[in-house]
Design a protein around this ligand. Structure first.
Ligand code: ADP
Ligand code: MG
Length: 243
């Protein structure tokens, strides 16, 4: 279980996360929604250990272990994965090499090159991606959809215990969305935790979260199930603050 207790986070002296409590249980899919600027990406980055953000109060536990102050590398080794809202481009590093390094690093042991290529081929096929995709430089000149697919490929190769997907569905056409949703679904088992940060109902239709939390201005203001997704899509977020 991933547990966030009374978390407060600052960036450049400004408080962004203002006391969040969340529990994510194994075997469940969670959705996190909320208006732009409410702190969703900040929360994801803090869980991943991004040092830009300062935790001023509160703790993060993974299976009872305090992981609040681990760095991103240690977080990855503990099985946490974050798919970035805006993945960066890396010139001169192919996806294939990047993924092999990332996999070796996260598992703390080396996978042989042939075994890795077998795994890569299998995942590319599963995600309906061409084989030569992995020979391109990481995210360079990628379309929005290709960047997101590259993140989902990474997710499938690393096969983490906790996956946080930050707007992985934004800007996708319906076919790409289906591929991505199935790439996420495929990963799910009773040991995993998946957290989907999204603005849209359509990915939730495929992934059917067990619980939805709504964040406004650095706080969780509402939690619920499927019905809440419909309400949010119809009414937006304004009504929550008024209640
Ligand atoms: P969301 O993902 O919900 O749209 P963010 O977590 O990206 O929200 O942003 C929350 C607030 O924190 C915003 O006001 C944003 O400008 C600020 N913020 C986030 N990251 C940084 C940063 N690296 N530097 C300065 N301000 C930031
Ligand atoms: Mg964001």
């Amino acid at each position: 279980m991933l547990e966030i207790k009374n978390l407060h986070v600052e960036i450049e002296g400004k408080e962004i996360i203002k006391g969040i409590n969340l529990k994510f249980e194994k075997g469940k899919i969670y959705a996190l929604m909320g208006p732009n600027g409410s702190g969703k990406s900040t929360l994801a980055n803090v869980i991943m250990g991004n040092p830009e953000y300062k935790i001023t109060k509160g703790k993060i536990f993974l299976n009872g272990k305090d992981i609040t102050n681990l760095n991103p590398d240690q977080k990855a080794k503990n099985g946490i994965f974050l798919s970035f809202q805006n993945p960066s481009e890396i010139e001169g590093v192919t996806i294939s090499n990047f993924l092999r390094m990332a996999l070796n690093n996260s598992k703390n042991k080396k996978i042989s090159v042939p075994d890795f290529h077998k795994l890569l081929k299998e995942k590319l096929k599963l995600l309906k991606m061409p084989e030569n995709f992995s020979e391109r430089y990481l995210n360079q000149g990628f379309s929005g959809g290709e960047k997101k697919k590259s993140e989902i490929l990474q997710l499938n190769i690393l096969n983490p215990k906790v996956a946080i997907l930050d707007e992985t569905d934004s800007g996708l056409d319906i076919d790409a969305l289906k591929v991505i949703a199935s790439g996420v679904k495929n990963l799910m088992n009773k040991e995993k935790i998946i957290v989907i940060i999204t603005h849209y109902k359509r990915i939730l239709k495929y992934l059917k979260p067990d619980k939805l939390s709504v964040m406004v201005d650095g706080k969780i203001v509402l939690e619920g199930g499927h019905k809440l997704v419909d309400q949010l899509e119809k009414k937006g977020y304004g009504w929550i603050e008024k209640n």
